[in-house]
Design a protein around this ligand. Sequence first.
Ligand SMILES: [Mg+2]
Length: 212
Amino acid sequence: MSCEIIQIDGQDCLLSLSNDITERKQAESRLKVANNTLQRLADLDGLTKIANRRRFDSYLKYHWEKAQRERLNLTLFLCDVDHFKAYNDHYGHLQGDACLMQLAKILRAGMPSSTDLVARYGGEEFAIILPGRSPTEGTEIVQHIWQTIQETNLPHTASPTATFVTVSFGGCSFVPGGSIRTARQLIGRADEALYQAKQQGRNRVIFSDLSV
Ligand SMILES: [Mg+2]
């Protein structure tokens, strides 16, 4: 097409065509940047600025399939802020939001690599996806986060179980050759472990060994 234009209109037309192409390339690259920004925003939780539920779902699906295909471990933890309703009732919802933001920051800082993902799962619930992590590695990562929350010592005078904000964690792993067969089962087992953590007095990490 460019040869044809040169023959008809000479140098000027070639220049104009090259300008058109440059402008189009610039517009395409601006559009690409805008699309990437939109995609990032669509995956973020508005309050805590960590991954949202939508991102959790797609990230888990991706790593579940990868773990199946490549026979890799995959560890998942669900976490719930203890007595959060009492916190909101006592300190107000704005302070409740600030508390969730601070916890999200601690959780994110506790992720050792960029493939480890923490997401806001629901109201005061978070989820941690640790691709390629064994039960031992995953539990160590989460125990470290739990320890940091203790040390941060965010006041919660309305809590019946502590004087500061605490979080319960329940986890489990897909291990190749183990008993977990679906991503739903993985979530279910982590949820059961979280329930156990609540039952046993909250503010603890429970790992479901049913997964091995
Ligand atoms: Mg709760």
